[in-house]
Design a protein around this ligand. Sequence first.
Ligand code: UTP
Length: 409
Amino acid sequence: MTYQEAKTLLKEHGQEHLLAYYEELSEEGKAKLLKAIEELDWSFEDALANPVDMTGAGRDIRPIGGLSLAEIEKNREKYEAVGVQAIKEGKVAAVLLAGGMGTRLGVDGPKGAYDIGLTKPLYIFEQQMKNLQEVVEKCGVYPPLYIMTSDKNHDATTSFWQEHGYFGYPATLVKFFKQDMAPAVDFDGKIFLETKDMPALSPNGNGGWFSSMKRAGLVDDLHEKGVEWLNIYAVDNVLQRIVDPAFVGASILAGVNCGAKVISKNDPYEKVGVLCLDGERPDIIEYYELTDAMANEKTEDGEYAYRFGVIMNYLFRLSQLEKIADQRIPVHIVKKKIERLCEDGETRKPDVENGKKFETLVVDLIKPMGSVLPFEVVREKEFAPIKNKTGVDSVESARELLKRNGVIL
Ligand code: UTP
């Protein structure tokens, strides 16, 4: 793209300020900026013009049935046998979503490279791979593993895995792919410059993982390997059970397109999104959308009807993902503290929110998947999220849970 072309394009979008420092740049800087402008994803304009309706109005919300802990225990052997068979046949792959910025944890590098050890190093990635190793031992095969990164952490992530010998996993079965980036804008919708030669871009949320995987040519790889199910999981849960045979088997037997690991809410007002139905289709209802009556509604078994909180561990049927690949999912607008070029020419992050980022969410894929099986797990055994340094969902709370599960830190 030439300077003139960039100028015309930016004028059309009201973003000409991105060229404000063009004349000051080196030839290399000029080329970098023009390339970045050419690649800008303009879908944020539609997101700003038609924001996602967060009120939940117009939906026909009802409770969804799922597998409770007791039911799973009763049928565990059956579920595991089916799951182990599918895993042995190479039908299940794992996909780690690790493209996030980990802003709340306040780390510069990849969140998974965070050392949670006390007496010896224990990285988040490493702990998760120990959990996967148990499945490898049980099934006698290594499920293929795909790892989503972003421009911000790709090189650091791949070299970290290399330096640590892929945590004992066969390197040929670990494949990395980058997610797409979206511009970050101020409250007037103007794209920030991060430096004089680069607009401010940030990972576009975890909902675009399948399209990014496809663009990277990895869906062909899945077909070559005969994969039918993808187990998506988040980097921040150190008790994450990956490719859990019982979960796989139960989802296959239920004939659903999607399985979701869930935990029962602590109390009817806990601030987590829960699985539900919207008419006949699966959906999520956020805690602020639940009325008092819904929060306290009980099933025939005396359980809360809206209790299945999601923990970002899903099984997706590949054939259905391919069917819905062209459907658009909502783009959410999130207020954040955005690092930007200041008037003194320095790049700094402000102390208060100064703009908006645009993100799609994996949870918005559940509806288009058409059917979901909530699969309950024991919170204390499978859910130790690390979002913050201290306090709730922090390094401290996760360490405590790891210790309770016998992990030596
Ligand atoms: P979070 O929503 O906690 O976001 O991600 P984050 O970026 O890691 O952390 P904060 O909000 O900046 O503190 C949940 C999961 O989704 C992944 C994360 O890596 C994590 O596994 N994710 C998030 C992506 O892969 N891409 C994204 O753009 C955002």
